[in-house]
Design a protein around this ligand. Structure first.
Ligand code: KG4
Ligand code: ZN
Length: 345
């Protein structure tokens, strides 16, 4: 099966072509034939964050060229594709509508099935593409701009959410703290760069606490950063770097603490981290320590597949077609919210 995937749930316009190549040993094996991602950083930079209307327009402008380029890169034409998948949720409604409408139109005109695909499931399954020895069940820590959750991935289509954020997603928190530190959009990677130059021990910040041990909460940590900044000199680069380091350390500790507790509760199994925040080296290192302590393997997808991309969408559609059936979802609506529990095959 060869699937063209489209991703437009937020500020990345992406297309990819993935070929599922299942074997008796590995039903998850697949090849990426081509992939392209356009990140709309420049479009949103002067607003300090993603503006939904601008994101939608940028998707509409970029999609035709990006899809054409992806087909050309794979040396294929639309007739070589077996199905077209697009992210239909969760995400920004206007942005989702662009990829979904484009995908449905392409599917109708080329007479191919349209596969409605869940963005979070894409993040959840990506590691199966890149890690030859990984098999479900595994523990997933999904850390992105819109989500922060611990998920027990029992099989493709079978997910149990063990805990989620009560307020901000961790990526959202990195973005907001980056803004407080006066970094330009996208601010989160700049927090990591500043943190590498700082000394966390110079700034006291609280470790987030929640009533349920597997839930997350980051808004208190963000407020604590604001309070510390108000008392210090924002023009002092060392101070800014120290605050970034202390924030990142607390964020990593909190994620590690909850992940360790989830492994304890559900039983030891491989640990997978995924989503845009999974590029963060301190967070990866903290999770590596959690898995070493529990004696379980740790997998993190390559950096470019952690952030939003269309490979994960095409790949998820391949796996759902393989383990379930190919349903033509031409009547699928876009969904701002779409919990993994509703993804049963
Ligand atoms: O998965 P993703 O590309 O989009 C969503 O589905 O949300 O994740 C984007 C998030 C952004 O919120 C950004 O703050 C975060 O990933 N991020 C980072 C870093 N680079 C991007 N967070 C921490 N450290 C980074 N270096
Ligand atoms: Zn994402």
């Amino acid at each position: 099966m060869i699937i063209l995937g489209l991703e437009t749930s937020c500020d990345e316009t992406a297309a990819a072509i993935v070929q599922h190549c299942p074997t008796a040993d590995n039903p998850y094996a697949a090849k990426v034939l081509a992939e392209n991602v356009y990140s709309q950083f420049d479009e949103h930079a002067c607003y300090g964050g993603v503006v939904p209307e601008i994101a939608s327009r940028a998707h509409a402008e970029r999609l035709p060229a990006i899809v054409q380029k992806t087909l050309t890169d794979a040396a294929l034409n639309i007739n070589d594709i077996d199905a077209i998948a697009a992210t239909t949720g969760p995400g920004l409604v206007g942005a989702l509508l662009m990829g979904t409408t484009f995908g449905k139109t392409l599917a109708l005109t080329a007479d191919k099935p349209f596969l409605s695909t869940n963005h979070i499931e894409g993040h959840a399954l990506t590691a199966l593409l890149t890690e030859e020895h990984l098999r479900p069940p595994f523990m997933l820590l999904l850390v992105s701009g819109g989500h922060c959750q611990l998920v027990h991935v029992r099989a493709v289509g079978d997910y149990v959410t063990l805990g989620a954020t009560l307020d901000d997603a961790i990526g959202e928190c990195f973005d907001k703290v980056g803004k407080l530190l006066n970094f330009t959009h996208p601010a989160a990677p700049k927090v990591e760069i500043a943190a590498a130059k700082g000394d966390a021990a110079q700034v006291q910040l609280p470790l987030p606490k929640t009533a349920e041990p597997l839930d997350f909460s980051f808004s208190g940590l963000k407020t604590a950063v604001r309070t510390v900044l108000d008392k210090g000199d924002k023009n002092d680069a060392d101070f800014i770097n120290n605050v970034a380091a202390a924030f990142q350390q607390r964020a990593a500790q909190s994620l590690a603490q909850k992940t360790a507790a989830a492994l304890k509760e559900v039983g030891n199994m491989p640990l997978v981290v995924s989503g845009g925040v999974a590029v963060n080296k301190e967070i990866r290192a903290a999770l590596q320590t959690v898995s070493d302590t529990a004696g379980v393997p740790f997998y993190a997808p390559p950096l470019k597949l952690c952030a939003d991309n269309a490979v994960m969408i095409a790949y998820t559609a391949c796996l759902r077609a393989h383990f379930g059936e190919v349903k033509n979802d031409l009547d699928a609506k876009v969904r701002p919210r779409w919990p993994l529990e509703e993804m049963g095959l």
